[in-house]
Design a protein around this ligand. Structure first.
Ligand SMILES: [Zn+2]
Length: 330
């Protein structure tokens, strides 16, 4: 069965030193000290070590061959979003990353599909880059779960989502700049607890803010199986019903209504939760997504799904049909 992995990250092997170029800021740069590895540095602070499979398209293709997966949807690593930077500089960085992605798709059209990145902190520049992303042939974009701690329901972001709908660009929402991060640095809590909460925050903002209601053709997919969104949908719905004065102020429609209208990836690390998500989202809305090549990802690229005893038809949907429907709208 063919498989598309719709949640994977990639970087160029070499990055310009954007901090030197722009004269400020903790932009990510790469230090290559030993063959096959690089240190991602945030300013002068070590962020994470990455290996060759983070940048080498051929190493990635051969790693994927072990899991019978030919196609990867690639997007940047969220730490590259740089929404905190001056808008024109973030546009410059975004264009660099998008041009790199376009090159990979050109070189390996059978193996890669790209999602672009945009300067969310400036609506006009974001839309300008969206139009260029469309002209590069990308089917969508990846954005963060908040923009400088502003929720995605804020009015300045609406024209960006409206442009995505008009341009037929899919949107992948990935948690980043996790809420509470400064208060819970130990135990990797920003990743383990903050990320699922961030994703729920983004989804709840788009639902309660009426963004999904006003843009019915907008196709949005949430990372990590929607984070805490789906496990807490009962609470969101109950809150909506018992305190409409707080919750139902911008959209009169119950949050559960949107579960069949949004997409999520499959990265649960929990077969029981996966089954539950499949049940409440419907089998047309769950897509194979691994978060490769990072250790928190499902690095056996959905092998657990093959062991669940699902029908061939359902597996085809999860492994590629739903991703095609999310990305292209048909
Ligand atoms: Zn990811």
């Amino acid at each position: 069965m063919q498989k598309i992995d719709m949640h994977t990250h990639i970087l160029p092997e070499r990055l310009p030193n954007f901090a030197d170029k722009f004269g400020y800021g903790d932009f990510i740069h790469l230090v290559h000290e030993r063959e096959g590895f690089a240190n991602m540095m945030k300013g002068n602070v070590f962020f994470r070590e990455i290996a060759k499979n983070c940048w080498d398209p051929e190493v990635r293709i051969s790693e994927y061959a072990h899991f019978k997966t030919r196609v990867q949807v690639v997007c940047t690593i969220p730490v590259m979003f740089s929404y905190w930077a001056k808008p024109a500089d973030c546009l410059d960085l975004s264009m660099f990353l998008n041009d790199h992605l376009a090159g990979i798709v050109d070189d390996y059209p059978e193996n890669y599909i790209a999602l672009g990145t945009i300067p969310m902190q400036d609506t006009d520049l974001a839309i300008k880059e969206l139009e260029r992303i469309k002209s590069l042939g990308f089917p969508g974009i990846q954005i963060g779960s908040n923009v400088n701690q502003q929720n995605l329901s804020e009015s300045q972001f609406f024209p960006i989502f409206e442009a995505c709908q008009k341009l037929n660009l899919a949107v992948f929402i990935h948690p980043w700049e996790m809420m509470g991060e400064a208060d819970m640095r130990k135990y990797w809590l920003p990743w383990l607890v903050g990320m699922p909460a961030e994703t729920a925050r983004a989804a709840a903002s788009l639902i309660f803010g009426g963004v999904l209601e006003r843009l019915p053709e907008l196709r949005v997919c949430f990372a990590h199986a929607g984070g805490s969104l789906i496990p807490t949908i009962g609470r969101l719905e109950h809150g909506f019903n018992c305190r409409p004065d707080l919750v139902a102020i911008d959209n009169p429609i119950t949050p559960r209504h949107y579960l069949g209208k949004i997409w999520v990836d499959s990265a649960t690390h929990d077969p029981q939760l996966f089954r539950y998500i499949l049940e409440v989202m419907g089998e047309d809305k769950v897509c194979l997504g691994s978060d490769y090549p990072f250790p928190l990802g499902d690095l056996e690229i959905g092998s657990f799904i093959e062991k669940l005893g699902l029908s061939e038809e359902t597996m085809e949907k999860i492994f590629y049909k739903n991703t095609i429907a999310w990305l292209y709208g048909h």
